[in-house]
Design a protein around this ligand. Sequence first.
Ligand code: GDP
Length: 320
Amino acid sequence: MGIAPLDRGDRTYVAGHRGLVGGAVLRHLQAQGFTDLVTRTSGELDLRDPAAVEAFFAEQRPATVVMAAAKVGGILANSTYPADFLSDNLRIQVNVLDAAARYGATKLLFLGSSCIYPKFAPQPIREDSLLTGPLEETNDAYAIAKISGVLQVQALRRQYGLHYISAMPTNLYGPGDNFHPTGSHVLPSLIRRFDEAARTGAPSVTVWGTGTPRREFLHVDDLARACVHLLENYDEPEPINVGVGEDLPIRELAELVAEIVGYQGELVFDSTKPDGTPRKLLDVGKIHALGWKAQVGLRDGLTETYRWYQEQVAAGTVRS
Ligand code: GDP
């Protein structure tokens, strides 16, 4: 029951389908032949509202839930609005997970983030380092909310015998990302900034922090494949990491973006901006053992994402 192919005809709810992750999951499910997909925009259904979420589940009764709805942002947004990141995410998760259990969803995948792990966890980070040390301060509010979600999944399994699971993706990128100049994550921020600099002929581009922190980047289409793979092949209470298994310093990442965008000016590092955690490379041994591996290389993925971004700019539809 826990480890079995999903029925492509079962009703499947993708929470957060307008986001980077939910959008990719929805596209993948469609491509895989799922025929009864349910989505709601935040305007149609405010997931922070318990009564609205309850009514939605009572009516739709999805068999499977992919929980990709969250309030997310980059390092500056997280450190500036911790109260919002904590309470919105707690509300959204509690509402969706409780209602899923109450109205008979037999499978649920909760998506967290690699920032749930301690700031100085041994690298690469194994799943069992959860709750073994203090968190990185710039995103501790978001991390605590996500840790609560992992615990809620475990509690629902224990109390009701449900086959709910949690996956912890590393830093993600790809089409459908948020390119807000200050609120977004490093890759969309840099793509936007280098693209603008290339267009205007600016002599330099500012990169936040010292350029020395190392990060790992997973294309969101790879994550979408992992989500279905895990729903069909993983049924344990412990969260499972989803990553590439390789990382690079932010300086090298910025140089790669500059090259792809065709920007030839200088890079300036603004050390008044936070670096965040020094490194967060995930150990992906567990998911590799289940037969899933990332396929999209960073250069190819970035080239494709930049092409997508340029199309959005041309169409005037950049999300920010
Ligand atoms: P994090 O992985 O949670 O720290 O999230 P981010 O993607 O926001 O930041 C990753 C790293 O990239 C941090 O060390 C940032 O300081 C650095 N960085 C460099 N330039 C930028 C930028 O323009 N925006 C963001 N968000 N981060 C940047």
